[in-house]
Design a protein around this ligand. Structure first.
Ligand code: ADP
Ligand code: ZN
Length: 288
């Protein structure tokens, strides 16, 4: 059986085809341009490929509610050309196969729970820290949507006492994303994030904010594993700093072995690496 994946990112689209076990048979990637230009490339890729279903994981905000009139839309995004765009409607019209639709981060959470570092777990959290910050949540084996879908990047965090940076979020200025996204780091310090040395103060600030967010998520949804992906998390020195801050903030309040004994296996990088998004979409397609 052949399954298709469409990872619709704000910067690039990735399309792929796998078998039912997630073995990748084909994969392409191209920059996100206007919907017309971008989707034409998607159609060309899937032409005559005979996939049985396609999973679509998209940048947001999106409408993932099948009972809603705007199901399948990318809704109010600041991204030029894509606001209120009927993504699933257009894809369906041209590709005519069953499609599953969710946020890119929910797809990544499901992919990691199916084939990756959270394999076999029914409760996990996938957080990406890149151009923006967003999270996907699996609870009791189900992806969380609720009223819309979680927007975990925009929670409020306490400021680092030495941080005077105003914040980058166009809606809230110094929410978590406003203080800790890749672009926030770069504006605060005036250099590319990958140019900062491992010992730079930037990472102390970064771990301080990420740990607070994780503590809030741990206390609210009690995930069995927390997976941190996205460009900023390529700075692997952040992991021990984040784990230490999480333990200090929780202060022995949550008495689980995951936190007290095995935190190195609790807060972890993704296992599926650059294929996390693609395989997440395949995992979505399998749910159909
Ligand atoms: P996107 O969020 O657009 O899907 P990424 O997750 O790759 O893509 O995030 C891109 C952002 O992550 C960049 O704007 C940059 O700020 C940051 N970034 C990328 N690579 C690194 C790196 N090696 N170290 C630190 N920050 C990085
Ligand atoms: Zn915000």
């Amino acid at each position: 059986m052949k399954l298709g994946a469409i990872e619709a990112g704000g910067t690039k689209f990735v399309c792929g085809i796998t078998d039912e076990n997630g073995h990748i048979l084909e994969r392409v990637s191209f920059p996100t341009e206007t919907p017309e230009l971008t989707l034409q490339k998607v159609y060309n890729f899937f032409k005559n490929k005979n996939v049985e279903a396609i999973g679509v994981g998209s940048f947001g905000p999106i409408d993932p509610n099948p009972n809603s009139e705007t199901y399948g839309y990318i809704t109010q995004t600041p991204k030029k050309y894509w606001s209120n765009f009927n993504l699933i409607g257009e894809l369906q019209r041209n590709l005519n196969v069953p499609m599953a639709f969710d946020t890119d981060v929910n797809a990544a959470a499901l992919g990691e729970a199916t084939w990756g570092i959270a394999k076999g777990l029914e409760n996990c959290l996938y957080l990406t820290i890149g151009t923006g910050i967003g999270g996907g949540i699996l609870v009791s084996g189900n992806l969380v949507h609720g009223m819309l879908h979680p927007e975990m990047g925009h929670i409020l965090t306490r400021r680092h006492p030495e941080d005077t940076y105003k914040g980058k979020c166009p809606f809230h200025k110094d929410c978590f994303e406003g203080l800790a996204s890749g672009p926030a780091i770069e504006e605060r310090w005036g250099v590319k994030a990958y140019e900062l040395s491992n010992e730079h103060k930037a990472w102390e600030f970064e771990a301080y904010y990420i740990a607070q967010a994780l503590v809030n998520y741990i206390l609210t949804i009690s995930p069995e594993k927390i997976i941190l992906g996205g460009g900023v998390m390529k700075q692997l020195q952040l992991f021990p700093l984040i784990r230490k801050n999480v333990k200090e903030l929780l202060n022995n309040y949550v008495q689980t072995k995951e936190i007290l004994k095995n935190i190195d296996e609790y807060i972890v990088p993704p296992k599926l690496g650059d294929n996390a998004g693609l395989l997440g979409c395949i995992a979505l397609a399998i749910t159909l």
